[in-house]
Design a protein around this ligand. Structure first.
Ligand code: FAD
Length: 155
């Protein structure tokens, strides 16, 4: 039996961990379009303000996937589920078959239709990647601005 889980975050890894306990010999694969092992989104603000190092955001030690015999495929976005063939297609035309599938794809940031949100320096705040982009950008920031003062500075 091959279990495939799309999503390597809180839901995906806790499911994989418990599946392993219930099914010691099954094949378990997690696929994620992010490039990180599972981390807590709740803590990314602490990474941005320096209270936590990146290592402090991960749910599990590096050895977790190996220890639990879980295959992890990072940086792979699933773009189609072919239910009749029990297989998933990646963006790069590769595919992966499953016997049982869990979709643990969570949520994504929504950008409301507000003028200026497409400007450089406007970030979403949902992923480790967003947090790292903000941290690297902070080095160039000399003054924190409110939205109102930022708008004024654009006029
Ligand atoms: C800044 C911030 C602070 C938060 N603080 C709190 C808090 O204090 N308390 C609280 O209870 N909750 C908080 N949350 C919410 C909490 O982080 C989420 O509820 C939790 O992450 C949901 O976990 P999940 O596994 O369901 O999905 P997600 O964490 O959304 O993960 C889904 C994963 O699936 C991947 N994925 C999606 N689509 C595909 C695809 N097509 N192919 C491959 N991979 C895909 C995504 O890249 C992602 O890695 C916070 C969230 C944020 C962003």
């Amino acid at each position: 039996m091959r279990y495939v889980i799309i999503g390597n975050s809180a839901a995906g890894i806790s499911c994989a961990e418990n599946l392993r306990k219930l099914h010691p010999s099954s094949r378990i694969t997690i696929v994620s379009d992010e490039n990180e092992r599972a981390y807590s989104r709740c803590l990314i603000s602490r990474f941005v303000d320096g209270r936590l190092k990146k290592e402090g955001l991960y749910f599990k030690p590096k050895s977790f996937y190996r220890d639990y015999g879980i295959e992890i495929l990072l940086g792979h976005k699933i773009i189609e589920i072919e239910r009749e063939k029990s297989r998933l297609l990646y963006e790069n035309s590769q595919e992966i078959s499953y016997d049982k599938l869990l979709i643990a794809t969570g949520s994504r940031a929504f950008r409301p239709d507000i003028e200026g949100l497409d400007l450089e320096g406007v970030h979403e705040f949902h992923s480790m990647n967003d947090a790292e982009n903000i941290v690297s950008r902070l080095k160039e920031v000399s003054q924190l601005q409110t939205v109102a003062s930022y708008k004024e500075s654009l006029l």
